[in-house]
Design a protein around this ligand. Structure first.
Ligand SMILES: *Cc1c(COP(=O)(O)O)cnc(C)c1O
Length: 223
């Protein structure tokens, strides 16, 4: 087996999660791994599935649509949309994804609900001031929480955030702590935070989902 096989990378990621859990006095079973397969072909999903992974993150509805037939036989695989969702793609989104983790407005929540399909839902909160990032302003959170809790078909499970990228994972900590505080305020259980570079800090701050792409699948080609 080559030292850079997916199996080896997965083992290293699991070890990082386990070590962070030890430091944080947490049970590793409380941290779920979302394998982020954006940009890679469907074989990345098939390979990861063969190694036991069942939860996958994709950023684009159209990209998932292209991969869907190749992964249709993976019956217990669940796909999460973690990229911004345009309101004209809600029908396709609920067909392709078990969980929409990037809801950023009450309007989008209502539109997704009107598609009539039981779907898990997370709210993406933008805690930085970067122009390029999507996500709801924290001030808008109560309205989105209310929309999801009064919806017929959506189940609010968690909050997600993406802090500004930095070499220094410690710089993510205040963003993760802020998300945890917001979730506690609203009685929301799941926290999707932490990526390849900062998953340990996220776990120390209470992440229940880490979204990992590069550390599992290698560098993505620049689009
Ligand atoms: C790409 C992406 C990830 C994975 O990032 P890596 O640094 O490759 O682990 C996680 N979350 C979101 C929202 C992403 O877009």
């Amino acid at each position: 087996m080559s030292p850079d096989s997916l199996a080896d990378r997965l083992a290293r990621v699991r070890e990082r999660i386990a070590n962070a859990c030890t430091r944080a006095h947490r049970d590793p079973a409380t941290v779920k791994l979302l394998a982020v397969t954006k940009v890679f072909g469907p074989e990345a999903i098939l390979d990861a599935y063969a190694l036991g992974l069942r939860e996958f993150g994709e950023n684009y509805v159209q990209e998932m649509e292209r991969k869907a037939s190749a992964v249709a036989d993976l019956k217990d695989a669940r796909f999460h949309l973690i990229g911004h969702l345009q309101s004209n793609k809600t029908k396709k989104a609920v067909q392709l994804f078990s969980s929409i983790d990037s809801i950023d407005s009450a309007k989008l929540a209502n539109r997704l609900d009107s598609e009539g399909k039981p779907t898990d839902a997370m709210i993406e909160v933008k805690l930085s001031h970067e122009e390029s990032k999507s996500g709801a302003d924290p001030a808008g959170l109560p309205a989105i929480v209310a929309a999801l809790r009064s919806s017929q078909h959506l189940k609010l499970t968690g909050l997600m955030t993406v802090p500004p990228w930095s070499e220094d994972a410690e710089l993510s900590r205040p963003y993760f702590a802020h998300l945890r505080a917001l979730a506690a305020e609203h009685g929301i259980a799941e926290l999707s935070m932490g990526m390849s570079n900062d998953m340990e800090v996220a776990i120390e701050e209470g992440a229940t989902w880490v979204r990992v792409g590069t550390a599992l699948f290698g560098r993505r080609k620049k689009p």
